[in-house]
Design a protein around this ligand. Structure first.
Ligand SMILES: Nc1ncnc2c1ncn2[C@@H]1O[C@H](COP(=O)(O)OP(=O)(O)OP(=O)(O)O)[C@@H](O)[C@H]1O
Ligand SMILES: [Mg+2]
Length: 246
């Protein structure tokens, strides 16, 4: 189980202090698929980075399997079974895709077949990519899919994917959605997927709406999705309802 307790994050700016996350409380049971959604700038990536240990909260605690991991860095959290696929993945000049997958898996030597399987799950043909360097010669969509494959290769108990759909073509996106669906059906991992995509949102056990640095709504897909769809021209009613009541 992942528990976020009273998480706040503030940064100093030339105009004073900016509150990016405000008193977030959230519990995610093991083996659930939870989608974080909400408007741009709402705080989803910051929250994911706080879970991964890339950003230290100003207040509050992160507990994973009952252990307080708030003070642990990214390496220590990775050891405890948390992994994160960046919204904008870094590139690694001089490292091939196969080596990156091997490093991610962390364990015994990955066979070529195993590497191929991870790449196939993100819609890439392994023969074309295994020996390529993860540098600027890869397109945005390619590097994004390789990043997702490395999270799959790591096989952590908690996998966080930050907008896996970003920059990915429709065919690959369909393949990726299937991969998430199959992973979820196996019930071996907890998944947090940050997404704006209906097909991913519909896979969720729970949707968490993050807006203005707060959780403004959460519930099952059946409860939340119709509210999002109800008003696609104006402000999201799910988000708006909370803002109006403040
Ligand atoms: N270190 C920082 N300094 C100043 N502002 C920051 C910092 N980190 C995040 N922000 C701001 O906090 C807000 C939340 O950012 P975040 O990246 O978490 O949003 P998001 O919900 O992931 O958005 P998107 O859907 O566009 O990816 C944004 O307005 C961002 O500009
Ligand atoms: Mg983001």
């Amino acid at each position: 189980m992942l528990e976020l307790k009273n998480i706040s994050y503030r940064v100093g700016t030339p105009d004073g202090e900016l509150e990016i996350l405000k008193h977030i409380d959230l519990t995610i049971p093991d083996r659930e698929l939870v989608v974080f959604t909400g408007p741009n700038g709402g705080g989803k990536t910051t929250l994911a980075k706080i879970i991964m240990g890339l950003v230290r909260p100003t207040e509050g605690q992160v507990l994973y399997h009952g252990e307080d991991v708030t003070e642990l860095d990214i390496t220590e959290r990775a050891r405890r079974g948390i992994s994160y696929g960046f919204q904008q993945p870094p590139r690694f000049k001089g490292i091939t895709v196969q080596t990156l997958l091997q490093l991610a898996s962390g364990g015994e030597k990955l066979t070529k077949d195993r590497c191929c399987a991870y790449l196939t799950q993100v819609g890439l043909c392994a023969n074309d990519y295994l020996d390529r360097e993860v540098d600027t010669s890869l397109s945005g969509g390619e590097v994004k899919r390789i990043e997702i494959a490395t999270v799959l290769a790591r096989g952590s108990s908690l996998m966080i994917f930050d907008e896996p759909e970003a920059g990915i073509d429709l065919w690959s996106f369909a393949r990726l959605t299937e991969t998430f669906e199959q992973l979820h059906r196996r019930k071996e991992h907890t998944m947090i997927i940050i997404s704006h995509q209906e097909r991913i949102i519909r896979l969720a056990d729970e949707i968490v709406v993050v807006s203005g640095g707060s959780i403004t709504n959460r519930g099952s897909t059946e409860e939340i999705f119709p509210l999002i769809l109800a008003n696609t021209t104006g402000a999201c009613p799910v988000i708006g309802r909370k803002e109006r009541s403040e």
